[in-house]
Design a protein around this ligand. Structure first.
Ligand code: NDP
Ligand code: 8X3
Length: 252
């Protein structure tokens, strides 16, 4: 049986790097994201290596998610790894300056979207049974507070707890669940967060050595290819050059 990876947010960053990394292992790929032309480019890059199925998908739309899963061709229905990667941060400003719509977009994508996809793919993973994995992309922001993280970090705290809770309910199914929680990694993430401000995005990574998309893709594939009896609950990964600051104190 060919292993199948179902990846959300495969048009950029971790998701695209994971698709390439899974292809090197010979896994068939279900690649999803909103930007269909990017999915087509990736499919044409990888289709000589492995079977690839692409589908335009906004994870916020529960019925669209279900329709994409229902329409999977037979060769792609034996999903071995669901990589719940689609997500975003918006508005790095302090909370009082942030538009409510931005908070809603983060919750709709990082929480509701992840739940939509998990619910739709779960029957296929349970059918696969032992060795299947749900790999949720959380963040260090789900564990550690910092200014400007407000709802973003809170959505990733949801991802962490949802992952652990799923473990309890999937115990008898053989399906594993992992929360991979990266620190700062250079992808399009900050460009999205700053609404396309290339200078501001470049400044986040300038003069340091951030994680790369490939670093996280390696961890995703590592988790997915462990022997079936091993479940890594949570992997928190930072660049060596990222750490914590002291507590902030308000003084007169
Ligand atoms: P990118 O911006 O490079 O990629 C984000 C991906 O998410 C894109 O493929 C995008 O596809 C997809 N996406 C966003 N919104 C939606 C949506 N509504 N429906 C479907 N797909 C969507 O960022 P990263 O690769 O860095 O981010 C991937 C994940 O990693 C996110 O969950 C992010 O929160 C998390 N993360 C990132 C870190 C970092 O520092 N880079 C660190 C820790 C976690 P499209 O726009 O085509 O739909
Ligand atoms: C994003 C990583 O360090 O910007 O999830 O919070 S960080």
């Amino acid at each position: 049986m060919t292993n199948v990876a179902f990846i959300t947010g495969a048009t950029s960053g971790f998701g695209r790097a994971a698709a390439r990394r899974f292809a090197r292992e010979g896994w068939a790929l279900v690649l999803t994201g909103r930007r269909f032309e990017r999915l087509e480019e990736l499919a044409s890059e990888l289709k000589d290596q492995v079977p690839v199925h692409i589908a335009a998908l906004d994870v916020r739309d529960a019925s669209a998610v279900q329709a994409v899963v229902d329409a999977l061709p037979p060769a792609f229905r034996g999903v071995t790894a669901l990589v719940n990667n689609a997500g975003l941060a918006l508005a790095p400003e302090p909370a009082p300056q942030v538009a409510l719509a931005d908070w809603h977009t983060m919750i709709d994508t990082n929480v509701t979207g992840l739940v939509n996809v998990t619910h739709a793919v779960l029957p296929l993973l349970i059918e696969t049974g032992g060795g299947a994995s749900i790999i949720n992309i959380g963040s260090v922001a789900g564990e550690w507070p910092y200014p400007g993280s407000h709802v973003y970090g809170a959505t990733k705290a949801f991802v962490k707890q949802f992952s652990l809770n799923l473990r309890c309910d999937l115990l008898k199914t053989g399906v594993r669940v992992t929360d991979i929680a990266p620190g700062a990694a250079e992808t399009e993430f900050t460009l999205v967060r700053t609404r396309g401000n290339e200078a501001a995005a470049a400044a986040v990574y300038r003069g340091t050595t951030p994680l790369t998309a490939e670093d996280i893709a390696d961890q995703i594939v590592y988790v997915a290819t462990l022997p079936p009896h091993i479940n890594i609950n949570r992997l928190e990964i930072m660049a060596q050059r990222q750490a914590w600051s002291p507590f902030a104190v308000d003084r007169d």
